[in-house]
Design a protein around this ligand. Sequence first.
Ligand code: ATP
Length: 579
Amino acid sequence: MTFAQFSSYLEKLEKTSSRLILIDILADLFRHASKDEIEKIIYLSQGRIAPFFEATEIGMAEKTVAESIAKAFNSTKEAVLKLYGKLGDMGIVASLLNSKVKNPAFAEASAGGQNSKLAVDDVFETLTKIAKTQGEGTVEKRQQLLSDLLKKLDSVSVKHLVRIPLGNMRLGIGDPTILDGLAKAKLGDKSKRKLLEGAYNKTSDMGLIAKTLFSGGIAAVNKLKVQVGKPIRSELCERLPTAEKVIEKMSSVDVQYKYDGFRVQIHKDGERVSMFSRNLENMTHMFPELIKATLQQVKAKTAILDTEALAYQVESEEFLPFQETTKRRRKYGIAEMAQKLPLKAFAFDILYKDGRSLIDLPLRERIAILQKTISEDGVLMVSQTEQVRDVKRLTILLEDAISKGLEGLVVKRLQSPYEAGGRNFNWVKLKRHSSGELQDTIDCVILGYIFGRGKRTAFGAGALLVGVYDESQDEFVTVSKIGTGLTDEEWREIKVKSEKLKVKTKPARVNSKIVPSVWVEPKIVIEVLADEITKSPLHTAGLALRFPRLVSFRGLDKRAEDATTVKELVEMYKEQFKK
Ligand code: ATP
């Protein structure tokens, strides 16, 4: 496939605001891809040259890209940046300058939009070269590589190409939508996505799944196994309100503290260690002390551990609150922060050891293996566990956790396998019960903002339109408008964060009956507290939040797809009547 053909699909994808059409276009694109290029096409569709969890970045600064565009199309960096200031999208700038250049070498390509002969493979290869360029003169070398590429492409292609190193594809294609597209292209129907989900939950690698499907069919996909170096999608918790309900529903359980830090999945492969967040982001470089501890304390050649990492005050031997711990998620000043806020990681599960996947073993066996695998307490500690079958003991443990300043407990079914990507009653979180209020916060995604009157207009917002995630449809449905409870400072913060995500029309994966003043790409997750969940014909979740207020921004911690789901909200709605 030529890059121009591929770009014509990206162009169609950009123009649609319907998820079903998005899937149709993707399926059509995939059908036209060969088994040797499908993997690259998948990554490029997501603006990448590797799966999300790999640290391979093609990142280039706006100024560097502007210089490449200028070089390619006989302009100057200043002129490019000026146009960019006016148009707000480097892709459109490149496209415009490309069509203006009267260069006979690619006049034909520009006019036809489809005639440039450069293959997807060639572009992928150059982008990989750009990503791998290191050392002295990196900026100039990258600039040259990109500008040489731009010279050979038509105006539609350059538009989409320059957005890749800028990390600004704006297509809104999440992994589930790619799975739908693949299912439709190769298995006949998007409902067959379920057949691909198992492999996705185990490997998180969409390119690998596509390549396997194209070369060996669904049978080969089913055989894909957990692999060290590829994150397993995290198992998550359901909620139950009281110790009584836990014992009633689960009878005998394994009880663990719920540490309030962040999830780190640690992969050990000989001397190599890699680490992933709950949303599959590669965090390896952020935590040097965890790398060291893994190499020292994990008694296995290869292993995958599920852990929660927390900042730890060495002098007072205290665990610090989440707001402190989260300061460790940073790109710069890593060594200094590691000194100031050293981490401990509590390992609560083991998913792989010495070449063997353990995810199908029952929890109690996995815990036994875990305890044997980690040598004495250090930076890495094995989470304490206790088997409990009565309400009284469970209540004591919950009170104990709360008195230690922890959030509560996680209780787990002893016989359950590790359900990658699952959220069900195999794992349940139990927090302090506060009657009258919903006991848990809801993670909502900002979908738009509605201009207000009065002094708030200065910040460009009066209320936020927020939604939750509907997993079955891979779309965001509305659940509330949030206006009150935000300080002027918070409005400013929201304004700055959403400025880059503003779009003219409703994003493809948003389902809303309310039309806000401005649509925002579903990317920013906020934590919301509400008094009650009520039924609502106005909101497409079918439910609404009563007296919602913002508690915090979830920052890098959660992707939009990790927000509260409709299914969870329905559970929470039902729980209200059981108290
Ligand atoms: P919350 O917002 O309430 O912290 P969440 O939405 O981040 O929860 P949940 O599925 O509700 O995620 O809770 C599970 C999270 O709790 C895990 O992702 C993990 O980070 C954390 N956790 C802390 N201790 C444990 C433990 N012992 N076992 C499993 N998860 C734990």
